[in-house]
Design a protein around this ligand. Structure first.
Ligand code: UFG
Length: 338
């Protein structure tokens, strides 16, 4: 593999930092551009501790054209993994304009500057939320997308469309939209992981904070869904597996042109209570919970058809729910000191 420089807009965050760790370990050069609106600067030091190599870091807003231009002028960028964006589903309903402005602007600026510098390879951080509420499960990539249930979801859908249009206009361009299912867990070093702002919205950090005593109990949002135990079913994927999927996607993009959408999931569904029980048994902790009402906007159950990723990328998730729970707990214990 020749020397490669990968730019990660949004690379200091939960998913981006794990991708950076994988790329640095493989000997690729990593440039992170992040405004630190939902990340911490010490991630860069931690990446160096994990990999023995330090990523280049720019604290910039990716929508700032002049600032992004300076990054491309300073580094021979071969490919971009675009992770910059707001990601809180509930907040996006309250602040739709901020979500459209931020998520679309950063993407448009990135595409302009990539075009100026002749960079043709882009992997985009999309979401299973683009499948909307109408499709049967498991979700396959050729299903219709749209009908999203939040402005956040619509930004992912719109950006996928923008990338498809850009590929029509420039046949040399290669864009891979990775549709994440539910990324959880943390790096096994315990040095990087998810740092939710305030009360977590997502299940795994809520479980971990409850086990740590930061929250008194978990509320399970509904136990009357048409699922085996009545609680919601999702496709949880270990963030390190997810990061490896991005490396495979970068290599795929290097060898192809055109637009692709690819699911990154395990292909297996796990219920809320199954995840709680796994967390309790592998970590030997207690997680008090009570059953509450359904959370509005939640779907009963969905998971990925993971076949396309296997076929096109030669990638599949390897880590179990037990691994996810063990690594999430190790990180939670370390994160108390942050
Ligand atoms: N849940 C609880 N209690 C909690 C939090 C979550 O019971 O305190 C349940 C939810 O009802 C759901 C499951 O746990 O059944 C997972 O919920 P998360 O909030 O962790 O994840 P979601 O599936 O709702 O959200 C994910 C991503 C979003 C994405 C969305 C739709 O986090 O980025 O899927 O694809 F938009």
């Amino acid at each position: 593999m020749m020397k490669q420089t990968i730019l990660l807009p949004g690379g200091a965050g939960f998913i981006g930092s794990h991708i950076a760790a994988e790329l640095l370990t493989l000997g690729r050069d990593v440039v992170i551009a992040d405004d630190l609106s939902n990340a911490r600067a010490d991630v860069i030091d931690r990446l160096e501790r994990i990999t023995g190599r330090r990523p280049v870091f720019y604290q910039i807003d990716v929508a700032d054209h002049a600032a992004l231009d300076r990054v491309f002028a300073s580094h021979p960028v071969d490919a971009v993994i675009h992770l910059a964006g707001y990601k809180a589903v509930g907040e996006s309903v309250l602040k739709p304009v901020a979500y459209y402005r931020n998520n679309l602007d950063s993407t448009l600026t990135l595409l302009e500057v990539m075009a100026d510098y002749g960079v043709k390879k882009l992997v985009f951080s999309s979401s299973a939320t683009v499948y909307g509420p109408a499709n049967p499960i498991p979700y396959t990539e050729q299903m219709p997308t749209g009908g999203c249930t939040s402005p956040y979801g619509w930004t992912k859908h719109m950006i996928e469309q923008i990338l498809a249009d850009a590929c029509v206009a420039d046949p040399a361009l290669s864009t891979v939209c990775l549709r994440y299912f539910n990324p959880v867990g943390a790096h096994e070093s315990g040095l990087i992981g998810e740092l939710p702002n305030g009360i977590p919205n997502n299940l795994m950090p809520y479980i971990a904070q409850t086990a740590a005593g930061i929250r008194s109990e978990l509320t399970v949002f509904g136990d009357d869904y048409p699922t085996p135990d009545g609680t919601g079913v999702r496709d949880y994927i270990h963030v390190v597996d997810l990061a490896k999927g991005h490396v495979a996607a970068i290599d795929y993009a290097a060898a192809h042109t055109g637009w692709e959408a690819i699911n990154l999931g395990t292909g297996r569904g796990t219920s809320v209570l199954e995840l709680v029980h796994t967390f309790v048994s592998v970590n030997g902790v207690s997680v008090p919970y009570r059953i509450g009402p359904r959370r509005s906007g939640d779907l009963p159950a969905y998971y990925a058809d993971a076949e396309k990723a296997r076929r096109l990328l030669g990638w599949q998730a390897e880590k179990s729910a037990a691994d996810m729970c063990r690594d999430a707990w190790r990180w939670q214990q370390n994160a108390r000191e942050l």
